[in-house]
Write a protein that binds this ligand. Structure first.
Ligand SMILES: [Fe+2]
Ligand SMILES: [Fe+2]
Length: 135
């Protein structure tokens, strides 16, 4: 079993984004497995790259749909995404400088942002999009 299960992530009620969040959980679990199994830097690097690109894809997809529907909290949401991406980039750099010391911090950050952003910031657009007939 992975580090976190999908049911820890509240559904936002929009199918394509619920699927994205599940995919993010799967990649974070894969990274956790790479850390724990001693598969080496290659597997860790691969999982980090996947997480990087999937996160960018997902944030962009949310922002695009929300912009199309004139979501009133779009700017705030974009700012939250930007903050996550910059912190993730900083932590990756710190991780590469000292992998053993930073492993725990990196995992903790990933779990915190995924769970708290999805449960709070994303949750708000779920209700908004549902009210526009998007599920
Ligand atoms: Fe999201
Ligand atoms: Fe988001």
């Amino acid at each position: 079993m992975g580090l976190i299960s999908c049911n820890k992530i509240l559904t936002v009620g929009v199918q394509r984004f619920d699927e994205d969040h599940h995919q993010l959980v799967a990649i974070i679990n894969q990274l956790h497995k790479a850390f724990k199994s001693g598969e080496g830097m290659h597997s860790i690097q691969l999982a980090l790259q996947q997480l990087d690109s999937y996160t960018c894809y997902h944030f962009h997809a949310e922002e695009e749909l929300l912009a199309q529907h004139d979501y009133p909290l779009l700017e705030e949401h974009q700012k939250a995404h930007q903050d996550i991406l910059s912190r993730f980039a900083e932590l990756q750099a710190e991780f590469h400088a000292s992998p053993a010391a930073m492993q725990q911090n990196l995992m903790q950050f990933l779990l915190d942002w995924l769970i708290s952003h999805t449960k709070t910031v994303d949750q708000k657009y779920g209700l908004f999009l549902n009210s526009r007939g998007i599920y």
